[in-house]
Design a protein around this ligand. Structure first.
Ligand code: NAP
Length: 284
């Protein structure tokens, strides 16, 4: 698609942002649908965030994604934040509506779609979510209506406890938080049917698994949202034990697909987006 005076601009802001797969994914979708749209990445420091958001608004950029470390802070600069994103406490998608900017969070819905697309039956009886950062919060809120018993395990226990309290206000399921350590994992994984890694452990350059492989038990589904590398040590060990595994690509693609739908009001070509991501990850 040739860029001209009518090209509509979308972007991602983050720091760093050069590694982002979103430009490849969204530009592939725009090309495939013949849309006169382009998606670029902007490296925006924390100090520059307010100016950057005001600038995007002034320029009439149609929509943008927000990544680490701006997902929470960006909310200060938006005119409206939808209730789901407000409950999660983070925004990853912004749409310009006239002269206003509206914020959304598509990470949780993207994760749920990735699970169901991979054939995982929901609701699960008991899910263990490792992590309490931005992605874990989005996933936990989405899971709250798709699981009966939810356990949040995090290195920083207080952060996990804050998330558990927020979930209790939001849903009626049994939810608790504890420390991410071997003793707790041994106890909590004994009856879990879904284990989700939403920590950055396993992501390059932290290649280790957050769970010792002897704690993975038969019948459990293991979902690792880390997508770089695509096959994390956790997934490799789970697969070698014959467990069903779900990698991070599905979530990445489906959170992007939801952003696309919010911006353009139409369904994106999921397979085209997935192919663009896998190609970038060397699996195309
Ligand atoms: P974040 O807000 O910075 O949270 C990081 C989480 O990882 C926190 O729970 C943190 O625990 C934990 N953690 C970090 N280093 C750890 C270590 N050495 N041992 C134990 N726990 C550790 O990041 P995020 O946005 O939630 O992202 C988390 C991961 O998900 C990243 O790898 C990211 O690439 C991936 N992600 C994937 C998708 C997707 O679409 N597939 C979407 C979003 C994010 P503390 O609270 O104790 O610091």
């Amino acid at each position: 698609m040739e860029i001209d005076g009518k090209t509509r601009i979308y972007c991602i802001i983050g720091y760093p942002v050069e590694h982002s797969l979103s430009p490849a994914m969204h530009n592939a979708a725009f090309r495939s649908l013949g849309l006169n749209c382009a998606y670029v990445a902007f490296r925006v420091s924390l100090e520059a965030l307010g100016d950057a958001v005001r600038g995007l608004k002034a320029l009439g950029v149609e929509g943008f994604n927000v990544t680490i470390p701006h997902k929470v802070e960006v909310m200060r600069y938006l005119d409206e934040v939808d209730p789901v994103a407000k409950a999660i406490g983070a925004v990853n998608t912004v749409k310009r509506v006239g002269k206003k900017l509206h914020g959304y969070n598509t990470d949780g819905a993207g994760a749920l779609t990735a699970l169901t697309e991979a054939g995982v039956t929901l609701p699960a009886k008991k899910a263990v979510v490792m992590g309490a950062g931005g992605a874990a919060r989005a996933i936990a809120f989405a899971l709250a209506s798709n699981v009966r018993d939810l356990v949040i395990l995090n290195r920083t226990v207080a952060r996990g406890a804050t998330l558990a309290e927020a979930l209790k206000e939001h849903s009626k399921i049994a939810v608790r938080a504890a420390s991410l350590n071997r003793t707790v994992l041994t106890e909590e994984l004994a009856e879990a049917d879904l284990l989700i890694n939403a920590t950055s452990t396993g992501m390059h350059p932290q290649p280790e698994s957050p769970v010792a492989s002897d704690l993975l038990r038969p019948g459990m589904v293991v979902f690792d949202i880390v997508y770089s590398p695509l096959e994390t040590q956790l997934l490799r060990e789970a697969r070698s034990k014959g467990l069903k595994t779900v990698d991070g690509v599905g979530m990445l693609v489906h959170q992007g697909a939801r952003s696309f739908e919010i911006w353009l009001g139409k369904k994106p070509p999921i397979d085209v987006m997935r192919h663009a991501v896998l190609e970038r990850l060397g699996r195309g």
